[in-house]
Design a protein around this ligand. Structure first.
Ligand code: F6R
Length: 366
């Protein structure tokens, strides 16, 4: 049942080239520069005029929501707010009939996310779901939705469901952009053509496994670990930190790289590994100066870099390469090595990979 893999988590990490392909199947037409999302097509007109989107979710799904915020604002130019479902539901939030709420949940059963949906629904908002488990409670509560089609996720730590959620949000961002006319036809062709090849690039990213194992060996005994990124690399950093803490029990924090100097920098010494998302994109130069700040304080730098990078390699203690891609697809690729890094560290520490202590696959109580 684990298909030759030692753990479900590893199997699910390796399934990602396929799960992402499944997620996109029948939804993108690169040659025509078109995205089709049958589940929400009745709401195409609504999306053309919507002036705010609220994303509600918990945990890893909330991180996917943060990536969605970058993508929807960048491409569809619609303001997005991303909320923890548990905070949103108890805050008497301002919601109107004009709002579109997107609820993200792998299991489709998370109690706080369900309560947030019910509340937004009562106040007249249109609710979309992004779920993995077909027919679960959340898809039944929403007005419309888009399934992630990642297949059953057994490992408690979410991996392929996260990348599928990000894929759906990417498709939604492009779909909304298409409705609103905020991306030119030629740009859409270019983006979708590249997206179509992302599964192969994920396959390539998985090939760094041996190097990642070596890095894991070096940092496995750390008591803390910091993950830093900028732009859409920030939610990737949050997700990397969550993965590490939940399966290896090493205390980890994700931070926007620029926020480091407002506090976490005090923690940095030779004992502190800092994982940077340092790929070549719009924030590359800024991230390089953040790496220098860590090196100046003798922190150990592990950098996720673009294939062929030379700048970061001069400074970082360890580099893990991922294929080059448009910034829009960075989260899909940069997440892969972080999943593997957490996995190997947890294996080396003798942890229960598929069922970490105190955690459940679906959180049906608040
Ligand atoms: C982390 C993880 C959790 C879930 C969270 C929400 O790996 O799996 O943080 O993401 O409990 O669950 P869903 O997506 O089922 O609503």
């Amino acid at each position: 049942e684990k298909g030759g893999f030692e753990h479900f988590m590893l199997k699910e990490i390796y399934e990602q080239p396929r799960s992402i392909k499944d997620c996109m199947r029948g939804r993108i037409y690169p040659g025509e520069g078109k995205v089709q999302l049958g589940g929400i097509k009745e709401f195409a007109e609504k999306l053309k005029n919507v002036d705010r989107i609220i994303i509600v979710a918990c945990g890893t799904s909330w991180h996917a929501g943060l990536v969605g915020e970058y993508l929807i604002e960048e491409y569809a130019r619609i303001p997005v707010e991303v909320e923890y479902a548990s905070e949103f539901r108890y805050r008497n939030p301002i919601i109107t009939e004009k709002d579109v709420v997107i609820a993200i949940s792998q299991s489709g059963e998370t109690a706080d996310t369900m309560a947030a949906i019910e509340m937004a629904k009562e106040r007249g908002a249109t609710i979309f779901g992004i779920c993995n488990v077909a027919g679960a409670s959340i898809p039944r509560l929403t007005h419309a939705g888009v399934y992630t089609h990642a297949g059953p996720e057994i490992g408690v730590a979410s991996t392929k469901a996260f990348t599928a959620q990000v894929t759906v949000l990417t498709l939604m961002a492009f779909y909304m952009a298409q409705q609103k006319g905020t991306i030119t036809a030629s740009k859409m062709i270019e983006l979708l053509t590249e997206l179509d090849h992302i599964p192969e690039k994920i396959q390539k990213a998985l090939e760094s496994n041996d190097i990642i194992k070596e890095v894991a060996e070096k940092i496995k005994d750390s008591r803390n670990c910091l993950f830093l990124g900028r732009g859409s690399g920030f939610p990737v950093a949050l997700e990397g930190a969550l993965k590490l803490k939940e399966i290896s029990y090493i205390h980890a924090e994700g931070y926007p790289a620029a926020e480091m100097k407002h506090g976490p920098i005090a923690l940095i010494d030779e004992e502190m590994p800092v994982v940077f998302i340092a790929t070549q994109n719009s924030s590359y130069e800024k991230v390089i100066s953040n790496i220098q700040e860590v090196k100046a304080r003798k922190g150990k730098v592990i950098a996720i870099v673009t294939e062929g990078d030379t700048e970061v390699k001069k400074m970082a203690d360890y580099c893990i390469e991922i294929p080059d891609a448009n910034e829009a697809f960075l989260p899909l690729l940069a997440t892969i090595p972080l999943q593997l890094l957490s996995y190997h560290i947890a294996v080396m520490r003798g942890c229960n990979i598929d069922q970490p202590r105190n955690l459940a696959k679906s959180v049906t109580v608040e």
